[in-house]
Design a protein around this ligand. Structure first.
Ligand SMILES: Nc1ncnc2c1ncn2[C@@H]1O[C@H](COP(=O)(O)OP(=O)(O)O)[C@@H](O)[C@H]1O
Ligand SMILES: [Mg+2]
Length: 280
């Protein structure tokens, strides 16, 4: 499998006047084509800084970042613009950033194609196909302002995908949506990755949503703290008194606080979040 993202010892220092803020300090990260990965971590951990570098919206201070075959360190400004426009789709938490409110839904999706010189009929066809795939076909000729938040974020997704990027970067795309709409967006992203071959990297602070992706990466202080492949297990030691110590990272990733529900199942013991009611 080819790599879509490769970062070696990536460093990002933001300069603000005399102040220097280290956002990424030696990050190593690789992503394969077609993966659906989430990045979690506290506010200030460096998540947005990483995404902006990968999108070509900002430059690394040191280290190496290669995305979709482009070496972002020594790319010219024109190459970075091309990278951002053609190789990458970017989905913002504030989906209105992807949308023009006075255009109809279908016109919003067509706009990037129009600017790229895609012929009229071809772009209408592709726009309608994207709207169909995201469940928005019946809203094609609706004004953006008449659509709900969830619909607008799905429309923003269509806009981000209009030019057929290889990589979709999404920075807290469901931060302003309720659970139901958030799950719908994640379901779409998963399908795009698993069936459409799109590589999807999504930032979230919601551990339950992160669990819906193939791999969860935790950023802390500008470095990767843990990487868990969903479903992968860790071998833990049971001491003489029958005590097991669960790794802190695993607990956080599973959203387990100080209570856990244990149940004997066919081939072992299953641990579940204590605050989730038992199945009847
Ligand atoms: N443009 C900027 N100028 C100065 N400091 C910044 C800038 N962008 C981010 N930072 C700082 O870099 C650190 C990481 O920020 P960010 O990447 O936004 O983290 P996250 O998205 O995980 O909350 C924070 O300390 C933040 O204040
Ligand atoms: Mg952020």
């Amino acid at each position: 499998m080819a790599l879509i993202i490769e970062c070696d010892n990536l460093i990002k220092i933001h300069k603000q006047g005399n102040l220097e803020v280290v956002a990424l300090q030696g990050l190593d990260f690789a992503m394969e084509e077609g993966e659906f990965i989430s990045i979690v971590g506290k506010s200030g951990a460096g998540k947005s800084s990483l995404l902006k570098i990968l999108a070509g919206l900002d430059r690394p201070s040191a280290g190496r970042a290669e995305v979709a075959g482009v070496r972002l360190n020594d790319a010219t400004p024109a190459e970075l613009v091309r990278h951002y426009r053609r190789s990458v789709g970017f989905l913002w938490q504030d989906f209105t950033r992807n949308l023009l409110p006075y255009l109809k839904a279908v016109q919003n999706v067509e706009l990037p194609m129009m600017l790229a010189g895609v012929p009229t009929r071809k772009r209408r066809k592709r726009a309608l196909a994207l709207l169909e795939a995201t469940g928005l076909r019946s809203h094609a000729y609706a004004g953006v302002s008449t659509m709900s938040g969830g619909e607008q974020q799905r429309l923003a997704l269509c806009v981000a995908l209009a030019l057929g990027p290889k990589l979709l970067l999404a920075d807290e795309p469901t931060g302003e949506l309720d659970t139901e709409n958030s799950l719908e967006v994640y379901e779409l992203l998963r399908n795009l990755a698993h069936e459409g071959g799109l590589s999807v990297l999504v930032v979230t602070h919601d551990v339950a949503l992160a669990q819906r992706t193939d791999r969860v990466i935790r950023l802390a202080d500008g470095r990767i703290a843990t990487q868990g492949r969903r479903g992968a297990s860790e071998l833990l030691h049971i001491d003489q008194r029958g005590m097991v110590q669960l790794p802190r990272d695993m607990l956080t990733e599973a959203g387990i606080g100080d209570e856990v529900r244990a149940r004997v199942v066919e081939d072992g013991i299953m641990l579940k979040r204590g605050d989730v009611p038992d199945e009847p």
